[in-house]
Design a binder for this molecule. Structure first.
Ligand code: GLU
Length: 304
């Protein structure tokens, strides 16, 4: 099957659709992006890649980085991690406080904001300098030695992230944050501020299509079982209260971010990243969702 041709065709079709999405403005810096940007890049496990549109233009990966922080925390603490964060879909928005009270401060999964904040707390407790060490981990994983946090985006969120401040303090009051909430939030906002292009995200995430091993040198990032579990979480929880819809329509594990990026993984085969900034009401890229639905439908290349 000629995937490049399918990607090109579906890209053109999707681009022609009316974009009913809206750019995230609650982080003011994200509102400065051109809403017409649209890029796609697929990386196969044989090292070949193919991209169209704005696939080489950097964007704010936001919550896609939650997959990376989970990977590092899971690698460090192993199965004990699930005592601090659950593995169930939340059925609520990405920044919801709703279920925390009834669940005694245990977030539903590591991909809602509350869960990712707890993962940041775990990393701070286990690393000498979480910000530096996490960045070093991502640099190594992505083969991007010059990668840095975006101060512009991080500062913009630090000045306006009231719900995340509320989430972290609330979880602290329920005894599931060990460190100073201000320190945990500072790291969380930096983690979300990373910028990459579609090609770089696809290349970086290939370890999840390759049983937890880096494709370029075969080194183990996480075990096969851990990779299976992170893929399972992406399938069930990667799109907040639209996770069922994504599994239903696209049929791949994936993760979205409010910067408009979506990464999807077909284990043993490929990773595909789509970026279009306007979001649907669930906080996921409007065109990104449409593109991936059409792509897996035309290519027949899904896990189901
Ligand atoms: N930094 C964003 C926030 O905390 C991440 C949310 C997302 O990308 O879905 O609100």
């Amino acid at each position: 099957m000629n995937y490049n041709a399918i990607i090109g065709k579906v890209y053109e079709e999707t681009k022609g659709l009316p974009n009913k999405g809206k750019i995230a403005t609650y982080i003011p810096e994200l509102a400065n992006v051109d809403p017409n940007r649209f890029g796609v890049h697929m990386t196969n496990l044989n090292g070949k890649g193919f991209g169209v549109g704005d696939h080489l233009k950097k964007f704010s990966i936001q919550s896609i980085a939650k997959v990376l922080s989970l990977t590092l925390a899971y690698k460090i603490v192993g199965e004990k991690i699930w005592k601090r964060v659950d593995v169930e879909p939340s059925g609520t928005k990405f920044d919801s406080l709703l279920l925390l009270e009834v669940n005694n401060g245990i977030p539903r999964n590591p991909f809602v904001n509350s869960g990712a904040i707890v993962i940041c707390d775990i990393l701070i407790s286990h690393l000498g300098n979480a910000k530096v060490d996490f960045l070093a981990f991502v640099r190594e994983l992505s083969n991007l030695p010059d990668l840095v946090y975006s101060d512009k985006i991080a500062d913009s969120e630090k000045a306006n992230g009231y719900r995340n401040v509320a989430l972290c303090n609330f979880i602290k009051s329920l005894d599931n944050i060990e460190n100073d909430p201000a320190v945990v939030l500072d790291f969380y906002f930096d983690m979300c501020s990373l910028e990459m292009n579609c090609q770089q995200v696809s290349n970086m995430m290939t370890y999840l299509a390759n049983g937890g091993h880096k494709v370029s040198d075969g080194s183990e990032i996480i075990t096969k079982s851990q990779s299976k579990r992170i893929n399972a979480l992406m399938l069930t929880c990667g799109f907040y209260d639209e996770s069922g819809e994504f599994a239903f329509k696209v049929g791949l594990p994936g993760k979205s971010g409010v910067g408009g990026g979506i990464v999807a993984v077909y284990p043993q085969h490929y990773v595909i990243t789509v970026w279009s900034p306007p979001l649907n009401p669930h906080g996921n890229s409007f065109l990104g969702m449409k593109f991936l639905e059409e792509f897996t439908t035309h290519s027949d290349f899904t896990i189901f």
